[in-house]
Design a binder for this molecule. Structure first.
Ligand SMILES: [Zn+2]
Ligand SMILES: [Zn+2]
Length: 510
């Protein structure tokens, strides 16, 4: 069976294989990368990482949003950091997620010591219950919140007993094979996001995960800047860091500002109010609960995933000071409109999510109409604009006022990003002072902007690489040595919601 890779060749000299010596020694997207060995197509013979080096292989998350999978190799062994999905756009009919084809990890499967999860967003954990335990069986390490979310999924799939799921505390250290890992508390739009300082005999690589610097994250504490500085003091060979907002110079923002906006809005409106956010944005739904209480409203959660997320967060004590939600949205019926509030899933316009149901007038939800307000407290992910527009228009045609995430209410933002702007990135580079920067988590535009910023911050080189490329880091330098063949797998859900494999990219069926 023929597998094709979906990367689009761009004509960059470094991507032509093999490169000639003269071209190889020129800058790669402006980075001085020395020494640049012959670019290799590793085929089924994956490189064997030596004692004196760290190999980094980002299988996803580069040139696209989503599908974060990063392999680290050292002293003959490998670990994987995160195993997420990318959402398919509408050009791929019937496909609901894309992942790197795990079958292509076969050559290193017996040397894969563990999967380490940075946080519980779908683009970081979404593939795990689809791939473990049947295709990959290595132990999974996660913080309590991410572990509980995964446990629930494995339990539903009936495979929990076959999984080796281990919990590590935020800020805790642990060993996986030859890697000494220290987790560092960060802030992001989900509970317990961590950066991972991955220590090896060849140096430390800091994998930031998704982060921002929020002085008042509401759930959990602010990022541990002292730990980051200490890791920087000890010396960091390279940093793989979030590029989502690298091209933007953003003001510093906080969840506390959104809570303030909700309080003002909930108090000012005379009709029903619904907040729409990602189900794992526990601080956001907590803010809605707090705003509801302070304005004398009852509040419920609409959507299975948001109820699961709230239940998990509450069981871990993350919502101890937050008022409870009603058991069912239907319990809001019959209340005065000014006493009613709702938190919904469906901020990306998903047809089966609660917001779309609200827009359709589903009988299980309170009926929204003139005088009522819906707040889309989330960013619309590029590619989903049309779906969101459709739901928003439907709500507006019912007379509902819809406020978008980039709007503010009485001066306070209705949504803030969970990713760092250029300013926060500069601050992190100042603390960590890595020798090399490898921008990740972004399209080429984001990665290039991030690389420029990293160079200005004083790194020796910033490497803009592609998915499945092999980056060798050692005291001698950083270089892109070649690539491994890892095509993409398309996943779909059947009518019962079970996830099935639809096909490999470029092939009709498996
Ligand atoms: Zn992410
Ligand atoms: Zn995230």
């Amino acid at each position: 069976m023929k597998h094709t890779d979906e990367r689009i060749p761009s004509g960059d000299a470094a991507r032509v294989k093999p490169v000639d010596r003269a071209a190889a020694e020129t800058d790669r997207d402006g980075a001085t990368v020395l020494p640049f060995n012959r670019y290799t197509d590793f085929g089924s013979h994956w490189p064997v990482p030596a004692q004196g080096e760290v190999l980094v292989v980002p299988l996803g998350g580069l040139g696209r949003i989503g599908m974060n999978w990063t392999l680290y190799g050292h002293a003959g062994r490998w670990i994987l950091v995160d195993a997420g999905i990318a959402f398919a756009d509408e050009t791929l009919e019937g496909v609901d997620a894309i992942i790197p084809d795990p079958a292509f990890l076969a050559p290193i499967m017996d040397r894969l010591d563990g999967l380490v999860v940075t946080h519980a967003h779908e683009d970081h954990i979404g593939a795990i219950d689809r791939v473990w335990p049947h295709v990959i069986g290595c132990p999974i390490w996660a913080t309590p919140y991410a572990a509980a979310m995964l446990e629930r999924r494995f339990d539903e799939a009936g495979t929990l007993s076959e999984i080796d799921l281990r919990t590590y505390p935020v800020g805790g250290s642990f060993e996986v094979g030859p890697f000494s890992i220290r987790s560092v508390r960060m802030t992001h739009s989900v509970p317990e996001p961590v950066a991972l300082a991955i220590g090896t005999a060849a140096g430390t690589v800091l994998h930031t995960g998704d982060w921002k610097l929020d002085p008042e994250p509401l759930i959990g504490e602010p990022a541990d800047l002292d730990a980051l500085r200490a890791i920087g003091d000890a010396g960091v060979l390279a940093m793989l860091c979030d590029s989502t907002n690298a091209h933007k110079s953003l003001p510093r923002t906080s969840e506390a500002q959104v809570r303030e906006a909700f309080k003002r809005l909930f108090a000012a409106r005379k009709g029903q109010v619904a907040v729409v956010c990602f189900s794992t944005n526990v601080a956001r739904l907590a803010s809605a609960a707090v705003a509801a209480e302070s304005s004398g409203r009852q509040i419920a959660l609409a959507g299975r995933s948001i109820r699961n997320s709230e239940e998990t967060a509450r069981s871990l004590g993350l919502l101890d000071s937050v008022p409870h939600f009603l058991a069912e949205p239907a319990h809001l019926k019959g209340l005065d409109r000014v006493q009613t509030a709702l938190v919904c899933t469906g901020a990306q316009g998903e047809e089966r999510a609660a917001l779309a149901k609200l827009a359709r007038g589903d009988w299980r939800l309170p009926s929204f109409g003139p005088g009522d307000t819906v707040v889309l407290s989330a960013r619309v992910i590029p590619g989903n604009e049309e779906a969101v527009d459709k739901v928003v228009s439907k709500l507006r045609s019912r007379g509902v006022e819809v406020l978008m995430g980039d709007e503010s209410f009485e001066g306070a933002p209705l949504h803030v990003s969970g990713h760092p702007g250029a300013d926060e990135l500069r601050e992190l580079y100042g603390l960590v002072r890595p020798r090399f920067a490898i921008p990740v988590h972004g399209t080429e535009m984001h990665l290039t902007a991030h690389a420029r910023l990293a160079r200005e911050s004083g790194v020796e080189a910033a490497l803009v690489t592609e998915e499945a490329e092999v980056i060798r880091l050692s005291h001698a330098g950083a270089c892109v040595t070649g690539h491994v063949p890892v095509p993409k797998l398309h996943l779909a859900s059947d009518e019962r919601g079970n996830r099935v494999v639809l096909g490999r990219h470029g092939i009709a069926a498996v």
